[in-house]
Design a protein around this ligand. Structure first.
Ligand SMILES: NC(=O)c1ccc[n+]([C@@H]2O[C@H](COP(=O)([O-])OP(=O)(O)OC[C@H]3O[C@@H](n4cnc5c(N)ncnc54)[C@H](O)[C@@H]3O)[C@@H](O)[C@H]2O)c1
Ligand SMILES: [Zn+2]
Ligand SMILES: [Zn+2]
Length: 392
């Protein structure tokens, strides 16, 4: 089959690789019909290069048709239409039973001390072959796949793999009080969808980014927007819109690809070019994050407010403004999205009309063969690229 493979920093190639097969009785094989390109893939594309292996198959936002199931997968049959959550979880361990499948105790990656294994997501998360491919082996298929109806186009459901539950969890964790204001820092696919979900719930939303078309998309969904390029301080701009106090809740939907911190960006580039044996430990302990989005979130939230971090961070030594966080009495919630925890809450918004506008959420539909170009234009934010969905 054809698959998008990682070959080196900023070097992805579409290659012919062996078709996946059932290995465990709990596996399923899916023929992929649509598969997304995510901001998280950009971390692997460059920043997390030390944790990647040449030839790793990328991608974690697939949907498609069940081809074959192992003997222990009793809920699925060939021909079912399914969306595959980005995390791999058993559904029956202590964590899964508590709605925390990203912490699944059956699939945790003990070698790296991390949570549940993820599709297409580096050694840190189990180096499981990913979903930007023609076929996918789905481990723990007795639990993971979300069955969706035949009929509507793939775009209606494909974001259940990641974007929708991730944005949903961000809004849930932000816990904006009635009548309150939510600021969303970063308006990539995740921030954009968080804006839509919050606006759908009647929450007042302020969106922040620096890319004109991303600001325009958020504005068209009812958000007030702050253009990073026009302000000296995001915190001041948000306070100006909120009676001087700041937003009741802030979502950080930026993560470690933030613009605006040249020094750590330089460190990150250096680490990315070291031999893996040196760079991986350095990356984990020295901390090479770019924190501009998170610092803005902490500044823009009001005293006693909540910061919901959904952007992905790694590293350990970045200074956090503890004095401000403590003095402002902040609540912080964060983590990978627990996809199946939210799927049933989201599905009615996909089957009863399209209030979140998922049908035309993708800006680019591209063949899998165009992946090298797609990664580059998504990273550089060229050609109006906000969300790419591949058709294998
Ligand atoms: N927690 C999870 O389960 C989960 C799931 C999916 C994605 N993510 C993470 O969410 C983040 C966003 O993903 P995405 O797909 O929307 O990617 P993205 O890279 O397209 O979005 C990031 C956005 O932040 C903007 N930005 C950069 N620096 C900024 C700054 N200083 N202030 C304001 N905006 C700034 C960029 O212009 C961009 O629009 C990534 O870190 C991704 O890894 C987390
Ligand atoms: Zn994703
Ligand atoms: Zn589990």
């Amino acid at each position: 089959m054809r698959a998008v493979t990682w070959q080196g920093a900023r070097d992805v190639r579409v290659e012919t690789v062996p078709d996946p097969e059932i290995v465990e009785p709990t596996d399923a094989i899916i023929k992929i019909t649509s598969t997304g390109l995510c901001g998280s893939d950009l971390h692997l594309y460059e920043t997390l290069a030390p944790f990647m292996g040449a030839g790793n198959i990328l991608g974690h936002e697939p949907m498609g048709i069940v081809e074959e199931v192992g003997p222990s997968v009793t809920d699925l049959t060939a021909g079912d239409r399914v969306v595959i959550p980005f995390q791999i979880a058993c559904g029956s361990c202590w964590m899964c039973e508590r709605g925390l499948p990203t912490q699944c105790e059956t699939t945790q990656v003990h070698d790296h001390g991390t949570g549940a294994a993820l599709f297409g997501f580096s050694k840190l998360y189990g180096e499981v072959p990913g979903g930007q491919a023609e076929y996918l082996r789905v481990p723990q298929a007795q639990f993971g796949p979300i069955r969706v109806p035949h009929g509507p186009p793939d775009d209606r459901f494909v974001y259940l793999s990641d974007v929708l539950p991730t944005a949903w969890q961000a809004v849930e964790y932000a816990d904006t009080p009635d009548g309150g204001t939510l600021a969303v820092i970063g308006l990539g696919p995740i921030g954009d969808m968080a804006v839509r979900i919050a606006a759908h719930r009647g929450i007042r939303v302020i969106g922040v980014d620096l890319v004109p078309e991303r600001l325009a998309r958020a504005r068209s969904r009812g958000a007030e927007v702050v253009d990073l390029r026009d302000v000296d301080s995001v915190g001041d701009a948000v306070r100006e819109l909120t009676a001087g106090r700041g937003a009741d809740a802030v979502i950080d939907a930026v993560g470690m690809e933030a613009h605006g911190s040249a020094v750590s960006s330089a460190v990150q580039k250096v680490v990315g070019t070291l031999p893996q044996a040196l760079s991986a430990p350095l990356m984990k302990s020295a901390g090479v994050d770019r924190m501009a989005g998170l610092y803005s979130a902490i500044d823009a939230v009001r005293r006693g407010g909540t910061v919901s971090i959904i952007g992905v961070y790694g590293g350990a030594a970045d200074p956090m403004p503890m004095v401000t966080m403590f003095d402002k009495q902040l609540q912080l919630r964060m983590g990978q999205a627990n996809v199946k925890r939210w799927a049933d809450d989201i599905l009615p918004l996909l089957t009863d009309g399209d209030p979140l506008g998922v049908d035309d959420f993708a800006t680019h539909r591209m063949p899998l063969e165009s992946a090298p170009q797609a990664y580059e234009q998504f990273q550089k934010k060229q050609d109006g690229t906000v969300k790419v969905v591949f058709t294998p």
